[in-house]
Design a protein around this ligand. Structure first.
Ligand code: 164
Ligand code: MG
Length: 332
């Protein structure tokens, strides 16, 4: 990025919205986002509310890239996506999956706080019963320790998993689980998510041999170009995923997926289906299991309808100022 826009320019271009979700995901029922309309198009800045400025500033960098610089040339015009199943009970699985127009690959959330392994097994079993041919992957969001991860992977291996995303915290922990999975011959690949996007060095996973593949997200990794460089330097297959974004942020993820030289896995970019409203009537959701690349613009009427109140708006404007300072410092 040659030059960052200044704070006034960003503030003038910004809108803050809160969108309702159909189901609780990551403890969230409403998703807040700051959106920018810049010279190159729309960009989204939506770090989760608990993130401080050092972590959230990468998300701002990604929004500025999208709205002020635009995306690199795509090498494909459509991106296959997976359905994402939150940690719901087995009785709700069918209804949640019915909201997706993508059932060839399902990502199932597991290891949710307050739940136990039998609930994970019941959820995965129900997906396998409903979709015998689907590729099923699980995501534990680092919710297990080593022993719990091995117990769970043993219990779930019979459902034929494509991979297990971040079963345990930390790069050392992932490497240990991966080695043990291989020793026991469980046939489950290990994917790193938090160990890529939350570590100061996103390449450490690859160096440590801690994962078979990496999950990458445009916003937390500082934008499409940065994420592409990380994949190149890591030398591992990558799965592009959303950060639970509005249609604008999903378009950023699709730009990343569309520009990667290789895209061996369906991407976690179907999460628009978890929202009951969006900021555009032309929502960026999958048709026949894929997203078709196209421009996405916010609709002024929907921006107004979902605008947050004064207090939240002030909070976001202050957050923006703090993150911009952080970015200015790091690009000096
Ligand atoms: O990858 C997907 O299928 C959907 C996106 C997804 O799972 C996530 C989005 C946002 C925050 C994360 O907790 C979560 C993830 O861990 O991958
Ligand atoms: Mg994950």
């Amino acid at each position: 990025m040659n030059q960052l826009p200044d704070l006034d320019e960003l503030l003038d271009a910004s809108h803050v919205v809160s969108l309702p979700m159909t189901v609780q995901f990551r403890g969230v029922r409403h998703r807040e986002a700051m959106l920018f309309e810049g010279p190159a198009g729309w960009g989204e800045f939506s770090p989760f509310l608990e993130y401080g400025a050092p972590e959230a500033s990468s998300w701002l960098r990604s929004a500025i890239e999208a709205a002020w610089e635009g995306y690199p040339e795509p090498v494909r015009g459509s991106v296959p996506v997976n359905a994402t199943l939150p940690a719901v009970g087995p009785e709700r699985v069918e209804a949640v999956l019915a909201s997706y127009d993508a059932t060839h690959t399902i990502k199932v959330k597991v290891a949710e706080k307050g739940q136990d392994l039998s609930q994970d097994v019941a959820r995965v079993a129900e997906v396998r019963r409903l979709l015998p041919e689907a590729a099923i992957r699980i995501d534990a969001n680092a919710g297990w320790d080593h022993e719990a991860a091995m117990e769970a992977l043993e219990a779930l291996a019979g459902f034929s998993l494509q991979y297990a995303e971040q079963p345990v915290p930390g790069i050392g922990g992932l490497a240990r689980v991966r080695a043990e999975v291989q020793r026991r011959g469980l046939g489950i690949l290990i994917a790193a998510d938090e160990s890529v996007r939350k570590e100061s060095d996103p390449l450490a996973v690859a160096r440590a041999g801690a994962a078979d593949l990496i999950v990458i997200k445009a916003q937390p990794l500082g934008g499409v170009r940065r994420a592409i460089d990380i994949v190149r330097d890591a030398g591992l297959p990558a799965v592009v995923s959303s950060a639970l974004d509005t249609s604008i942020g999903l378009r950023q993820g699709a730009a990343l997926a569309a520009a990667l030289p290789e895209l061996p896995y369906a991407c976690g970019l179907a999460t628009g289906s978890l929202f009951s409203s969006d900021i555009t009537t032309d929502r960026f959701i999958a048709v026949n299991g894929s997203l078709q690349l196209r421009d996405i613009a916010a609709d002024p009427r929907l921006l107004r309808r979902h605008a947050v109140g004064t207090e939240r708006r002030t909070w976001w404007r202050q957050r923006l100022a703090g993150c911009l300072e952080e970015l200015q410092r790091s690009t000096d």
